[in-house]
Design a protein around this ligand. Structure first.
Ligand code: NAD
Length: 477
């Protein structure tokens, strides 16, 4: 075991396993090294696959009640230690304390929801329509699940996969993002303490995700891939899973439109915009990426939004007084600054509404008025605290612009009432639509996207089926 005060080694077959190579994990608010973390090679990763494969024969045969109780204990431990989890998130990801606590709570709720779902996995029994046979459908755990998670929600993206996988009777090899491995290791430790048997949950941290993942995905003992990350990497992985016809669940990038329709309540829309844009400092797949505001409200909305953004106190997330933390890394911050530079080249005029600390990966929010639909800021996923505003004159035009993207994860619609909001929501080409509200994620709801934003759904009643395979028996009864 390494000397770090955080769990920082691989978890393979119930053992914390140190590797000869390490890589550093930084606090992006101070640029200090938080910990050196074990750097898995493809061979280490295959050992984790072996451990998960061995554990599957036992875990898949346990009763759903036993699996539910492990998940329920994990929920209780996580809830008791919620501040430890939030602290790790704030330290390695940089997000503000309130966001870190929000994420930790959301993450724990996946353990509770899927502990409840474990015993509700039902098969199907019916007579064939012409009564010549009986149709019995069983849902069985698919096997070893390989999970790859991003840095923006280091706890919740892990529990959103681990909880349904374990509920289904699958075992897991989790590969967290190299920027934020400490939270994932902490979550795995919670599951160990909750009674998950050795090998049911394995974690491999690595600085060479591509090489390690290729080795894992080529291994016939791996039965499914569950990925959350960018559309670009998702497509690379789909090309690999295609070689083995491996089931793949994909939670990918977004380019969420935020519509403020004629007659909408501007004050409510600004509250929603602050949630939808600024939760996680804009580094969320659900982040409102582009604001389409009816011309009668555009000036009012922009003014109030700018005032609200200017009121955010920026500083280290670990300090509870701050509303906006650091971005995850200087590299990610600079990607957003590059996008802004490109937009300025197209004539956009971003306004920085406040000042960010000069050390660390901080960035002050920007508001950009009078943006042209089709320009960089409406096409690319910004993933930072930048709010481009486009005005429109007709509802049809707004809906056309909102749907004019290859992404389709989430949309926000602010309308004069919920009836009109739902009518417009039905026309949005996205897996999720928030109506007159700025936050919608919930472990009990199906999260996922249309178009290039993904395949499959996580959470809700659907989430567990990503880890189950149907088998049909025909019998004369
Ligand atoms: P990313 O795609 O760069 O990385 C995601 C994960 O993939 C990380 O663990 C990374 O180490 C790994 N990875 C990178 N290259 C790889 C490769 N060649 N082979 C295998 N694994 C590889 O994404 P990110 O920058 O960590 O996260 C931001 C992206 O994630 C955004 O596009 C965001 O919209 C998306 N996201 C989507 C959801 C969702 O539920 N739809 C949730 C959160 C984030």
């Amino acid at each position: 075991m390494s000397a770090s005060k955080y769990k920082s080694d691989l978890l393979i077959g119930g053992e914390w396993t140190e590797t000869s190579q390490q890589f550093p994990v930084l606090n992006p608010a101070s640029m200090e090294v938080l910990s050196e973390v074990s750097d898995a090679s493809p061979d280490d990763a295959l050992q984790a696959v072996g451990a998960a494969h061995d554990a599957f024969s036992h875990w898949s045969q346990t009763s759903s009640r036993q699996r539910a109780e492990v998940l329920r204990r994990a929920f209780e431990i996580m809830t008791d230690e919620i501040e430890d989890c939030a602290r790790l998130i704030a330290l390695e990801n940089g997000k503000a304390w309130r966001d870190a606590m929000g994420e930790a709570t959301y993450a724990a709720e996946f353990f509770r929801w899927f502990s409840e779902e474990a015993s509700r996995i039902a098969g199907d029994f019916r007579y064939a329509p012409n009564r010549d046979k009986t149709i019995i459908v069983d849902h069985r755990p698919v096997g070893v699940a390989y999970m790859i998670t991003p840095w923006n929600f280091p706890a919740a993206m892990a529990t959103r996969k681990l909880a349904p996988a374990l509920a289904a009777g699958c075992t897991a090899v989790l590969k967290p993002a190299s920027e934020t491995p400490l939270t994932a290791l902490w979550v795995a430790d919670v599951l160990q303490r909750a009674g998950a048997p050795a090998g049911v949950v394995n974690v491999i941290t690595t600085s060479t995700s591509g090489k390690v993942s290729s080795a894992v995905l080529a291994d016939p003992r791996v039965a499914t891939l569950s990925f959350t990350g960018s559309t670009y990497v998702g497509k690379l992985l789909l090309a690999q899973t295609a070689q083995r016809v491996l089931p793949s669940s994909m939670e990918l990038g977004g380019n969420a439109p935020f519509l403020v329709l004629e007659g909408a309540d501007v004050e409510l829309a600004v509250v929603g915009a602050m949630d939808a844009k600024m939760r996680n400092g804009g580094s969320a797949c659900t982040a409102a990426n582009r604001f389409y505001v009816h011309e009668s409200l555009a000036a009012d909305f922009a003014q109030h939004f700018q005032l609200a953004l200017a009121g955010l106190r920026i500083g280290p997330g670990i300090d509870q007084a701050n509303d906006l933390g650091a971005m995850v890394s200087v590299k990610e911050r600079d990607k957003v600054l590059d996008l802004l530079g490109k937009a300025e080249g197209e004539g956009a005029k971003p306004v920085a509404v406040s000042e960010a600390p000069e050390f660390g990966a901080f960035m002050a929010p920007r508001i950009v008025r009078d943006v042209q639909h089709g320009s960089t800021l409406t096409r690319d996923e910004i993933f930072g605290p930048v709010a481009p505003i486009v005005s429109f004159s007709s509802q049809d035009e707004a809906i056309r612009m909102a749907n004019d993207t290859d992404y389709g994860l989430i949309s926000y619609v602010f309308a004069k009432d919920n009836g009109e909001g739902i009518k417009v929501a039905r026309r949005m080409e996205s897996g999720m639509v928030a109506v007159n509200r700025g936050v919608m994620s919930d472990p009990a709801a199906p999260f996922g996207g249309m178009k290039e934003s993904g395949l499959g759904r996580e959470g809700g009643f659907a989430g567990v089926h990503e880890f189950l395979e149907s088998q049909y028996f025909a019998v004369d009864l």
